[in-house]
Write a protein that binds this ligand. Sequence first.
Ligand code: TMP
Ligand code: MG
Length: 289
Amino acid sequence: MVPELQKSTVRIQQPERVVGLIRAIKEQGGSKLQVISDFDMTLSRFGCNGRRCPTSHNILDNSHVVSEDGKKKLKDLLHHYYPIEIDPNRTLEEKRPLMVEWWTRAHELLSQQKIQKGDIAQIVRESDVMLRDGFNELFDQLHKYNVPMFIFSAGVGDILEEIIRQANVFYPNVHVVSNYMDFDDSGVLKCFKSPLIHTYNKNNSVLQGTAYFQQLSTRTSIILLGDSMGDLTMADGVPSVENILKIGFLNDKVEERRGKYLDAYDIVLESDETLDVVNGILRYILMET
Ligand code: TMP
Ligand code: MG
């Protein structure tokens, strides 16, 4: 059905369920399908040649527009809070207030750096960000078959939009909800717009009214892509979901987190920097027979 599912990076707890879901989504057809995806470390790469790739926040942190002192403070925050974000032994309730603290402090620091709107394109061009291998096929297929792609990100919207624009895949079927920068009249960053989106509030609470999903109420088949346990609730605002296939990238602390990921995601991709499996599934679903 989907040869890519034989890759050594693929782990599935309930293979029959996955086969059933893929078949059901294919039966419903592309006109019933929507894709809901996280951005950082899901559409973008986690690593390359043994080095970590930046998140949309890291792209700003590492750029020439942030002072040395600002860089150090942002790095200290990352080293303190990231292990908490991915700790399998803490509950979401424990993590939530700490994530609000991290995002709030990082956004405050960035807002002191006099970042100019006009600098964003160059900052992205000069960064080490990489989209996962196969991103072209993913975006092109969804565009070709008019499948809506909703990117729900706790990263920085202005940065991630620029990444997909520079990759020439920001098609009209792509819709982004994320943290956006608020610039003053002279184009200097003054703060971030609310609501604040962090790893563990990606749900209805920030999609208020979910006007976007309401207009897609006939898209009852969903493919959800994420890399965090917080990404699992991204489709909560969708009315009348019939079939949802959850695909999770397990990038870091693979051994420690495997059990929880296998329980939560239908398909787990371990240290897989490609979109091969997603593309294989979409090719099968969208293929005209
Ligand atoms: P997301 O991939 O769930 O949208 O979350 C964004 C990622 O950004 C999350 O893994 C934590 C990371 N992050 C940074 O790298 N630097 C920061 O300053 C903040 C606030 C988040
Ligand atoms: Mg992510």
